[in-house]
Design a protein around this ligand. Structure first.
Ligand code: PMP
Length: 389
């Protein structure tokens, strides 16, 4: 039997309704969306319908959506794009140390090219103080890039307040909202975000599809073409359009929007059941991330008194993550846990749990039992080894 999947931050299975919608676009409706004939028209109509579905989820207009291969591309496009387009206005970028690497690494690359980057410190829950963001802004600042929901510890940055500051100071605001879509309301009508990144595979759509929202009115954001070629996506992102992926992404957004309220309540109840179950059965457990300002599907815990290196391999029946999945090949302690002051030893003995659309109560109860049994066994082993030594 496969382990219980509690790693929805890493990726989600495609919803069967998404797969059904995508299926004809691999075969009978295989056209290239750029072709003028009926095959092409069929494909481009489906892409435009998906653009409306994506826009509708975040309260944007369809012409503000650029399809990409995922959020890594969207984040790179946003950061390098703004840096290139607005270089004559200034060379300063504001971000935080707990962003995803697809934001941090472009910022670091720009630093090597002469940009100045301020990493505004986060508090012990991983949240930036909007006033610190305000203080970091100089007359050279062209971009603020901060994520909506942290992909490791689930903490929410105060995005609405930061948007107001960015607007007031006339600084462009980019937000990586990959882990927010479907978990917290993302409404661009009321929140002053200028660029926003999304990824289909984090919301029950396929891998390899994503979007960048680019505000078109007050202010109109312009970025240069990042991929040159046949001029698809308004010339910003050339390359034959991934029609099936985009159709799936659109459907995933429509389902997320339709089911949002009930699903958030359900996820929160499952996450709290997991948390309460573990805390009721184990001492020496600490919660990482903000106690209330966090994604409803995230639980991040550190377990005292065990050797963290063996924790994940002992936990064969539950699929969770020890840090960000994207950096799981490296043995470095998570940069997010470091930034919130968790020491290396405890960081190694930490687990990220994330529940999702297909998680059921029975799985949570089994996971509680497995996690508690495993941690108790590891603690006993640790104690025995220390007594023998
Ligand atoms: N940003 C965040 C917050 C993420 O969690 C991820 C995926 N781990 C990404 C960006 C990258 O997304 P993608 O896999 O679509 O490139």
């Amino acid at each position: 039997m496969k382990p219980i999947y509690l790693d929805y931050h890493a990726t989600t299975p495609c919803d069967p309704r998404v797969v059904d919608k995508m299926s004809p676009y691999f075969s009978e409706r295989f056209g290239n969306a750029s072709s003028g004939h009926i095959y092409g028209q069929e494909a481009s109509k489906a892409v435009e319908e998906a653009r409306e579905q994506v826009a509708s989820l975040i309260g944007a207009s369809p012409r503000e959506i650029i399809f990409t291969s995922g959020a890594t591309e969207s984040n790179n496009m946003a950061i390098f794009g703004i840096a290139r387009a607005y270089r004559d206005r200034g060379n300063h970028i504001v971000t935080s140390p707990t962003e995803h690497r697809s934001v941090l690494d472009p910022c670091k690359a720009l630093q090597r090219d002469g940009f100045d980057v301020t990493f505004v410190k986060v508090d012990r829950h991983g949240r930036v103080d909007p006033e610190e963001v305000r203080r970091a802004i100089t007359d050279q600042t062209i971009l603020i890039s901060l994520m909506f929901v942290n992909n490791e510890i689930g903490t929410l940055h105060p995005i609405a307040e930061i948007g107001k500051i960015a607007q007031e100071k006339r600084v462009i605001f980019h937000c990586d909202a990959v882990q927010a879509a479907g978990k917290v309301p993302v409404g661009l009508k009321s929140t002053a975000i200028d660029l926003l990144s999304l990824s289909a595979h984090k919301m029950y759509g396929p891998k390899g599809a994503g979007a960048l929202f680019l505000r078109q009115k007050s202010p109109r954001i312009r970025i240069p073409s990042m991929m040159l070629g046949a001029g698809q996506e308004k010339g910003l992102r050339s390359g034959t359009i991934n029609v099936s992926g985009i159709v799936g992404f659109g459907e995933a957004c429509a389902l997320t929007k339709k089911e949002f309220e009930g699903e958030v309540t359900r996820l929160r109840a499952l996450r709290d059941r997991l948390k309460d179950g573990i805390f009721a059965n184990l001492d020496g457990v600490t919660l990482n991330g903000h106690p209330t300002e966090r994604a409803p599907n995230n639980l991040h815990l550190s377990f005292g008194g065990i050797d963290g290196r063996v924790l994940l391999e002992s936990l064969v029946d539950v699929a969770v993550s020890a840090g960000a999945a994207c950096t799981s090949t490296s043995v470095e302690p998570s940069h997010v846990l470091k930034a919130i002051g968790v020491n290396d030893e405890l960081a190694a003995a930490s687990l990220r749990f994330s529940v999702g659309r297909f998680t059921i109560e029975g799985e949570i109860d089994r996971a509680v039992e497995i996690v508690c049994r495993t941690v108790k066994a590891l603690r006993a082993k640790n104690l025995a080894a220390r007594t023998a030594a």
